[in-house]
Design a protein around this ligand. Structure first.
Ligand code: GDP
Length: 196
């Protein structure tokens, strides 16, 4: 698949407003500021596709992108931003869980985590939801350029060890939008999910 062909389709305020549940979708999730927008822009080679460093706390939307007909990337709202009111957080957590557990076209979940702070509570919740409905997960440890190679490898090994506890189909890779690290691993995984 040519991810450079990806284009914006629509924003949805809730899963009820998503287009018909047909074809194949891969969702991107992560704590806000984890580097999700940057990763989407790197993958698609389009600087402005997903908006980076947006002000969190505003109405958050699910953004849908299409690579080709029936093949979609879904940019889920970033979670975990401290200053969002509790009821808004709870609303989104519920919506994320519902999306992960009910969306038939969802074939894979990419979870972005800052390599220096992986597997926070909500990251673990996302993984549990995905595993509970047998959705495979690719964890990208983002901003890998922030660590020296020894520390990077150690962290990668640690997270690979930690995720064994979830007993799901989970792959963990280092990623850097800055250095273009891990882009090949991401496209390989997406190809395998979309290629069904
Ligand atoms: P999002 O909230 O998950 O969409 O995160 P963004 O993509 O907006 O990135 C959050 C911040 O991290 C921004 O200041 C980015 O410039 C920075 N960032 C994102 N990816 C990388 C990376 O690969 N390396 C470094 N050093 N910084 C990054």
């Amino acid at each position: 698949f040519n991810y450079h062909m990806t284009h914006f389709v629509m924003s949805a305020p809730d899963i009820r407003h998503l287009p018909t549940d047909a074809g194949i979708e891969v969702a991107f999730a992560g704590r806000s500021n984890a580097g999700k927008s940057s990763a989407l822009n790197t993958l698609t080679n389009q600087k402005g596709l997903a908006r980076t460093s947006k002000t969190p706390g505003r109405t958050q939307l699910i953004n849908l992108f299409e690579i080709e007909p029936e093949r979609r990337l879904v940019d889920l709202p970033g979670y975990g931003y401290a200053e969002v009111p509790e009821e808004v957080k709870l609303h989104w957590q519920r919506a994320l869980g519902e999306y992960l557990q009910k969306r038939n076209s969802l074939k894979g979940l990419v979870v972005m985590m800052d390599i220096r702070h992986p597997l926070k509570d909500l990251d673990q919740q996302m993984i549990k939801w995905a595993v509970s409905v047998a959705i495979p997960v690719l964890i990208l440890l983002t901003k890998a350029d922030k660590l020296a190679s020894g520390a990077r490898k150690a962290q990668l090994n640690q997270v690979r060890k930690d995720v064994l506890a979830f007993t799901g189909d989970i792959q963990v890779e280092a990623f850097s939008s800055l250095k273009k690290t891990g882009v090949d691993k991401l496209t390989e995984k997406l190809d395998s999910w979309f290629g069904e």
